[in-house]
Design a protein around this ligand. Sequence first.
Ligand code: T4K
Length: 363
Amino acid sequence: MDKNKPIFVTQPSLAPLSEYVELLEEVWDSGILTHNGPKVQRLEAELSKKLNLDNFSIVLNGTIALQMAIKALDLKGEIITTPFTWVATVSAIKWEGCKPVFCDINPETLNIDEDKIESLINADTVAIMPVHVFGTACNVSKIEEIAKKYKLKVIYDAAHAIGSSYQNKSLLSYGDISATSLHATKLFNTGEGGACIANSPELNERLQRIRFFGHDKDKNVVEDGFNGKMTEIHAALGLINLKYFDKVLDDRREKYLLYKEMLGGRKELQFQRINRNETNFSYFPVIFQSEEKLLQVEEALNEKSIFPRRYFYPSVNTYNEIVDYQPTPISEDISTRVMCLPLYYNLSPKQIKLISKTILLSL
Ligand code: T4K
């Protein structure tokens, strides 16, 4: 372990470069760089098979995936979402001309509190957009029940959720559309990337038209679209990384459990309630007793060149440059006290022990 090398919150999981070069040679030979070429189509097919999903459309990134989902469902009005998220959830809602309405979170799962959703529904509500925070499933059954009762659409922001499951199916199979991210920092990555998983072939066809300027198969413009296409270079990266998907997931599980073993016994620390048989272990959030304590721990880690990240801080409902404040006290409180520890493939058990001991000594 290089003592001086900084340890960041994450590092991309990357397959051996030689394997990438082989695929890039095919791209060079074909001269096809984009427009849903053979590599994008192969990645769609292989990911669908791996996760047992239909109606899978790969796009440029997770934010575009969310925007496309809103567009494909023709949503105009209020969308109930969580403030405990990355700003992209909310900016996607706003870019599509809808209004984000914030529902507070469950302090144990850190996901939207399904029991608080109904009180926010009114005549302008068109959809619910929960986030499977840190890869942990929301209460999907209850959310589906509410959506059915009020005839609302459900889009899951599943940016963190590739590799997670719910009731023995991929977590990405739920909702009218699930939108995931394949960003460099995610469990499975294409550098930049994302995907929409729709609940019907018709909706998937619409998403595919939207990502390609609104063209139908004969290149007639049949609706408002934009450019959401992934390049062959990115898809090739996905294809080689996909071979290591299970290995990366297993490795994360082991590392997550090691952190839990090191830190789990301390009553000063709280952890997200997860289902170990369903989550993808994509983040290791720790909730401290106060922000002061968190800052103290962060300083001690930074002194050792260890850089955790305050995902998610601040609570998005307090971003007063972009949203009107709506109180969500639990999210506002937890976001000041939560921090994600480094967790990635190349992180060694020795480094996890160093990080954990540094935390324990500064509590
Ligand atoms: N919804 C939710 C709930 C999300 O969390 C996100 C994104 C989205 C929607 C939108 O999906 P995308 O449009 O991004 O596909 C990261 C990611 O940029 C973002 O994808 C992610 N969520 C968010 C939670 O985190 P930062 O600002 O933390 O990235 P950065 O550059 O500070 O990277 C963190 C660490 O990772 C660095 O310290 C070093 C390491 N790193 C990062 C990159 C980009 C690398 O080693 N290599 C790299 O290429 O945002």
